[in-house]
Design a protein around this ligand. Structure first.
Ligand SMILES: Cc1cc2nc3c(=O)[nH]c(=O)nc-3n(C[C@H](O)[C@H](O)[C@H](O)COP(=O)(O)OP(=O)(O)OC[C@H]3O[C@@H](n4cnc5c(N)ncnc54)[C@H](O)[C@@H]3O)c2cc1C
Length: 352
């Protein structure tokens, strides 16, 4: 059985690795030209009942625990005046329920666990049958793990991601302990969230000492993409918030948040399916990568249970995936709503 996976994100790589563990080989086609072509972004918290469960199926849980940062679960929650509403410091013996891992470390863990040649770099799928370089895609089973703008999805559904009225801007403070020691203590070891109605700053310490800073603007025009204009948009907040923005370097990345319809389904296809964001893009709230990885593990298990009959495996996988990810998308939408209401609403959620 020729299994073609489009996309070497967390979902596609977990699928390829779990298939390998279960005795099935696959080919992952990735549009990036090489493994180091692009920075992988910030941290992911992997949950015991989804992302970590997938890593267990992939035989990589011990490797994950060796790389994960327990203290990355720490949280400081502030309102727009700078009042600290909640501080959660993770004890040294706390369970590893949701530890953080650098995306780059997770990707290396998965890539290093695959037989050489499994990932074909520089292969961008152009349409259902061809790559950008003109070569033909051949498969018995095709899995779209190619994220929000999937080229495989149109084989199954006309649904497209739509904006939800949230604009984000990502910035970063390099080597924060050395460059900004005061802000380093303000941020703590994990997550720092300053949330007002319709606007917020969240910051997260990465393993490398870089702090990623995400600004969110809801249902309003995003300020100009300069540090000064962005800091000015928070001028009447507690003083640490504009200071954090001014401490960032000049790499400024805007994003428009889009999602697929909650509970999206399609009529099963005998040879084609989707995993991860390609299937159920949801607002970023700590679920997307976790669900993508569990999709990968569950699809691998279904395919391996009867390798001669992939159509049944795809149906069985989708019957599990649709309700599970619809629940996660609903939760994500609720969390998004609370975040946009501001820190006091989030406090109620956490204390409940
Ligand atoms: C700012 C931000 C923070 C987030 N934080 C979290 C978090 O803390 N926890 C969490 O669980 N989730 C988080 N998410 C969501 C998470 O990033 C995604 O849900 C997750 O990466 C989806 O994994 P995936 O494998 O489905 O797709 P992706 O990670 O998007 O990977 C898709 C891969 O396919 C490749 N590709 C795309 N098109 C093609 C093509 N035509 N041909 C070949 N290859 C192609 C891409 O290059 C990429 O490597 C966050 C998202 C954002 C934007």
């Amino acid at each position: 059985m020729k299994i073609a996976i489009i996309g070497a994100g967390p979902g596609g790589l977990t699928l390829a690795r779990t298939l390998h563990v279960l005795g099935l080989e696959s080919t992952v086609y990735e549009r990036e030209p090489s493994r180091d072509a692009r920075g992988q972004g910030g941290m992911l918290d992997l949950h015991a009942d989804t992302g970590q469960l997938a890593l267990r199926a992939a035989g990589l849980h011990a490797g994950f625990l060796a790389l994960a940062r327990r203290e990355g679960q720490d949280l400081r929650l502030l309102d727009e005046t700078g009042t600290l509403l909640l501080q959660q410091d993770t004890p040294d013996d706390a369970p590893m329920d949701r530890p953080e891992i650098d995306r780059a470390d997770l990707r290396d863990l998965l890539l290093d666990s695959l037989p050489a040649g499994t990932v074909r770099w520089g292969k961008a799928l152009a349409d259902a049958t061809h790559f950008d370089d003109g070569s033909t895609l051949e498969y018995d089973v095709l899995v779209g793990a190619d994220g929000a703008r999937s080229r495989v999805r149109p084989l199954l559904t006309d649904a497209q991601p739509a904006p939800i009225g949230v604009e984000t801007v990502e910035l970063g403070i390099p080597d924060v302990d050395r460059t900004h020691p005061y802000l380093s203590t303000v941020l703590g070891r994990g997550n720092y969230w300053a949330l007002g109605p319709g606007q917020g700053l969240s910051a997260q310490r990465n393993g490398s000492g870089r702090v990623r800073v995400y600004l969110t603007f809801e249902n309003r025009d995003r300020p100009a993409l300069t540090k000064e204009a962005l800091a000015e948009a928070f001028a009447d907040w507690g003083p640490d918030v504009p200071a954090l923005i001014r401490a960032c370097d000049d790499v400024i990345v805007p994003r428009t948040i889009t999602t697929l319809p909650v509970g999206l389904r399609w009529t099963p296809h005998p040879a084609v399916t989707l995993i991860g964001d390609a299937a159920h893009l949801m607002p970023p709230s700590g679920e997307g990568a976790n669900q993508a990885m569990l999709d990968g593990a569950e699809l691998a298990q279904a395919l391996a249970s009867d390798p001669g009959y992939p159509a049944a495996a795809i149906r069985a996988y989708e019957a599990m995936m649709f309700p599970r990810t619809a629940d996660a998308a609903r939760r994500s939408a609720q969390i998004r709503k609370m975040v946009s209401a501001g820190a006091h609403e989030m406090l109620t959620f956490f204390t409940r």
